[in-house]
Write a protein that binds this ligand. Structure first.
Ligand SMILES: CC1=C(CCC(=O)O)c2cc3nc(cc4[nH]c(cc5[nH]c(cc1n2)c(C)c5CCC(=O)O)c(CCC(=O)O)c4C)C(CCC(=O)O)=C3C
Ligand SMILES: [Fe+2]
Length: 364
């Protein structure tokens, strides 16, 4: 393992952002959906999820915990790197983080997105946000940003999710354990967005399936039982006539109940911490659906601040630092897909609605 962070003199954590008070909910939703063609009814419905939790999204607090854990991990490993944080849709915004970095004299930073898969929403849109924020800096500012590779198959994420799954499986009633179903859950996206994800298309779904298969196999090695499993989706949005990835987790639960499955473990592989989708779509809505159907329902933990997931950010930064210095380095990855590319191809995860916009972190 390399321990030299150069050429980086900082780390920037980039996330989605969320409202923290009732009066922030509507402006936040307007930020999220600007130019994205989301029907008014869906916005009202999603607004209710936030109001249900007092107008406060959990995401910023989860990111504050993650930041604190990353800082501790870096310091504990003798790395004296400042860590900044900026969001796409709510303060602290990416632009504010960049201004602070410039004021502090940062020249080149590694950037980690709190979303580990390829798609427009989960990767390229953040790369556009970085380009917009850079363009907003005063003329003549030099700040270079390198986006760390998609980390869905990094051992730090996989190992945390394997243990979360094992813990959830252990929580099942003994009599139901082996007939339980593992339901891997992620954020739905339009099928067209999935078709355009990654350099060759379909990467969003493919990456999730490789994570699922790896976890199922690791759980088999640990328990001796290969569980039935499926990839399902939550948080479908958009107009009704636009196809999104399916099945929805609630429809899936109804199917399981119909086929006599007694218990289900929901494994939120699409979310790195307990975002609104986890506390609403899974812990509130899907849990209620399961209860109505008479299904035992256990939700596995998200990666959150699992020390291995936290260490992953440092490991990715050091790995990329070595790459940028031209030093051969290991690129750990688990499951059927190789470690992801460092720089995205020009047509990776294209913006289908607004066309190509400037990005950061692409091939030059
Ligand atoms: C792939 C993906 C991720 C995972 C990757 C990542 O983490 O980035 C993600 C994360 C998140 N999505 C979030 C919230 C919302 N997403 C929305 C809308 C949309 N998401 C989409 C995709 C994704 N979203 C898409 C294709 C849309 C349609 C509009 C569009 O084409 O852009 C809307 C508008 C209402 C609605 O349409 O549901 C909201 C409020 C929050 C914050 C949660 C919190 O507060 O804790 C988080 C972490
Ligand atoms: Fe979303």
């Amino acid at each position: 393992m390399q321990h030299d962070p150069s050429p980086y003199d900082a780390l920037l954590l980039v996330s989605f952002g969320g409202p923290e008070a009732p009066e922030e909910v509507v402006p936040f939703l307007e930020n999220v959906t600007r130019g994205r063609g989301i029907p008014r009814e869906r916005l009202v419905e999603v607004g209710e999820h936030y109001f249900h939790f007092g107008g406060k999204s959990p995401i910023n607090d989860r990111n504050r915990e993650f930041l604190a854990a990353i800082r501790e991990d870096l310091a504990g490993n003798g790395l004296d790197l400042p860590v900044y944080w900026g969001n796409r849709n709510w303060g602290p915004y990416i632009g504010e983080a960049l201004e602070q970095m410039v004021a502090d004299g940062v020249k080149r930073a590694a950037v980690f997105f709190t979303s580990v898969y390829s798609s427009y929403s989960s990767c390229r849109q953040y790369r556009e946000n970085l380009a917009d924020a850079l363009a907003g800096l005063p003329e003549g500012t030099t700040l270079e940003l390198d986006v760390l590779r998609r980390s869905f198959n990094h051992p730090g994420f996989i190992d945390a999710m394997v243990d979360a799954t094992l813990a959830a499986v252990a929580d099942l009633p003994d009599a139901q354990r082996e007939s339980a179903h593992l339901s891997f859950v992620t954020h739905s996206i339009p099928t067209a967005m999935n078709d355009a994800s990654g350099p060759e298309g379909g990467a969003y779904d493919l990456q999730h399936r490789s994570v699922m298969e790896e976890i199922v196999e690791r759980v088999r090695l640990e328990t001796g039982h290969r569980f039935r499993h499926q990839l399902v989706y939550c948080s479908r949005s958009g107009a009704p006539h636009v196809p999104w990835l399916e099945p929805d987790v609630n429809d899936h639960l109804a199917q399981l109940a119909e086929h006599g499955t007694p218990a289900v473990v929901a494994i939120p592989i699409g979310f790195v911490s307990d975002h609104m989708e986890v506390v609403w779509d899974l812990d509130t809505e899907a849990a209620a659906t399961a209860e109505k159907l008479g299904l035992t329902y256990v939700r596995a933990a998200t990666a959150g601040i699992d020390p291995r997931f936290v260490a992953m950010v440092r490991e990715l930064l050091l790995e990329r630092a070595a790459v940028e210095r031209g030093i051969p380095t290991a690129r750990p990855a688990e499951g059927g897909l190789p470690a992801c590319w460092d720089r995205c191809a020009p047509d990776c995860c294209r913006n289908l609605q607004q066309g190509d916009r400037p990005t950061v972190g692409g091939l030059r």
